[in-house]
Design a protein around this ligand. Structure first.
Ligand code: TXA
Ligand code: MG
Length: 330
């Protein structure tokens, strides 16, 4: 079973030396807990896929401690630089051209000529600085499961497979980072996440370009289940059915809410930031209640609501899909 250490200065050094030896360490970031490996060590990076049970090598986000470290590994265009200055450290990941000989193991970028980079808030940056190497880190959860937002959640899911978990309490944001890529004058939104699109748009003075989500969902293999609890998930519920577990949002209840077997409110006041921070934890808690269905009240699409709805749609997707199809969406 993994050792869980409170994330103090001593634990940061222990984490850095464990990582230097090619071991995996689950580390807190402001978004979700990451399952981290030294990004320059191919063997260590391969262990991430092994521990998560991911059959395919899809590209991983690389975490750096400062802009100088980012520049060692990637080419930063002026528009990306503006986003970096505005939002790092923070829940924004940029996909940038990779400097191929700089030392990031090709498995991290799955052989692509680009690399996804961010500086996380919190103690992750100190671990990276102590190691003086970037960390590849997907969310700390088994492939397809709910992302870990606390040391306990990570220990429940991956505790048998990793040596060390650093505990810094519940993740502040609770959703994975927003991923963007600059293309000419345009900024493409690759994954909605913990930084609201509106906040990015305010900095670039332009709308983000979104992939056509309906087209993506209609494409074979894209309507896949991810972030999946064991219960099935029913979205935009206005009327609760007897025995369902209710994931509520805001001050107003769906009809027949009193018939729910269990109920948790993402945010009594309808605050999307609070809802994001609670999302994965509450899904996990309702799921462990053992009911057949988690019914979810409507969540607005503005601000962090876009990313919350994205994760909920994936949680509700049909489960009868092949592993190949599961992996396409990751
Ligand atoms: O909040 C987060 O981003 C968390 C915490 C731990 O930092 N990390 C995380 O990492 O979610 P990961 O490795 O699971 O994110 C992988 C996703 C891929 O599915 C893909 O969408 C995108 O990052 N990605 C990574 N490299 C890319 C690349 N070169 N081009 C396009 N997308 C890429
Ligand atoms: Mg994940």
């Amino acid at each position: 079973m993994a050792l869980i250490l409170a994330a103090d200065e001593q634990a940061i050094l222990t984490a850095a030396s464990t990582l230097a030896e090619g071991e995996l360490v689950a580390i807190p970031t402001e978004t979700v807990y990451g399952l981290a490996a030294d990004a320059t060590n191919g063997d260590a990076v391969a262990r991430i896929f092994e521990a998560k049970g991911r059959p395919h090598f899809n590209p991983l986000i690389c975490h750096v401690s400062d802009i100088a470290m980012a520049e060692r590994y990637a080419l930063i265009d002026p528009l990306s630089r503006r986003l970096i200055d505005a939002f790092w450290p923070g829940p924004l990941t940029l996909v940038l051209p990779l400097k191929p000989e700089a030392g990031i193991h090709p498995l991290v970028a799955a052989g692509l000529d680009s690399i996804a980079l961010r500086i996380p808030r919190g103690i992750a940056g100190k671990i990276i600085a102590a190691l003086d190497r970037p960390l590849a880190a997907p969310s700390a959860n088994t492939s397809g499961k709910i992302s870990g937002t606390s040391a306990e959640a990570v220990a429940d899911d991956l505790g048998q497979k990793i040596a060390l978990i650093l505990d810094a309490g519940p993740s502040e944001v609770g959703l994975e980072s927003t991923i963007v890529k600059v293309q000419g004058d345009a900024v493409l939104l690759l994954r909605p996440g913990g930084l609201a699109a509106e906040d990015i748009e305010a900095v670039i003075g332009n709308k983000l370009e979104r992939l056509d989500q309906r087209a993506a969902i209609q494409a074979p293999g894209m309507m896949t289940s991810h972030y999946a609890p064991s219960a099935s998930v029913r979205l935009n519920v206005h009327e609760v059915r007897e025995g369902e577990c209710l994931l509520a949002f805001g001050p107003l209840r769906a009809m027949d809410a009193e018939l729910a077997a269990a109920s948790l409110n993402l945010s009594e006041t309808g605050n999307l930031r609070e809802a994001a921070a609670n999302l994965f934890d509450f899904m996990k808690r309702l799921d462990s209640f053992g009911g057949a269905v988690i019914a979810v009240e409507p969540i607005p699409f503005n601000g962090l609501g876009e990313a919350i709805n994205d994760r909920l749609v994936r949680a509700a997707a049909p489960r009868s899909l092949s592993t190949d199809e599961m992996e396409q969406i990751k």
